[in-house]
Design a protein around this ligand. Sequence first.
Ligand code: ATP
Length: 206
Amino acid sequence: MSRIALFGGSFNPIHNGHLHLAQTVHDQCGLDRMLLMPSGTAPHKSSAEYAPAPDRLAMCRLAAEPYPWLEVSDYELNKPGKSYTVETLRFLHSCYPEDALFLLLGSDMLLSFDSWYCWQEILQLSGLLCVSRGTEPEETLRQKAAELAPYGQVTVLHADPLPVSSSQIRHKIELCRKFSCYLPENVVQYIMLHGLYGSCSSQSMV
Ligand code: ATP
């Protein structure tokens, strides 16, 4: 039996906080594989705000290069319509019926988890693995984990938070501020090369 984790998100763009979450969970939970799965683009999002799906996918592939256990999946990007996490987990369960599934979440997502579509089924299909983003008190996270515990397995892992977000990075790029310390080098180069997020081509930004 393998231990397989799903790590979904908009990854717009993928950044060091995402990789910190992935690495922490991988190291502390003895996972065999992790699927990095960018979500589809909501139709109402503007292109300046939302990089095209092929670019978000390409940046995920670049970021995953150093990690042999991290696989990038285009499953949700290729699926028509909105993808719900529960549907993706049902699909993974049908592909890997003998394996244990886990779902990675940052702490912001843990706090709103019980408003997700079919959250109780998500907890039947997978264990939740959460790492703090440093934005909520540990006690609040522990309390939430305890509330969810009757429905499934919820683990809050301990690691120094790396407080960075994609929106923060997009904002910096828009304002031509330095942003390279928040992302892997090859992702920075990709953003510059493709002029994503309204990036001016000036090297002073990196
Ligand atoms: P945005 O700022 O655009 O909302 P984001 O930085 O929150 O984006 P997402 O792609 O929405 O990134 O996040 C995917 C998953 O990664 C979520 O579960 C989120 O909580 C988690 N995550 C994002 N940043 C961090 C971080 N710095 N530390 C731990 N988890 C994180």
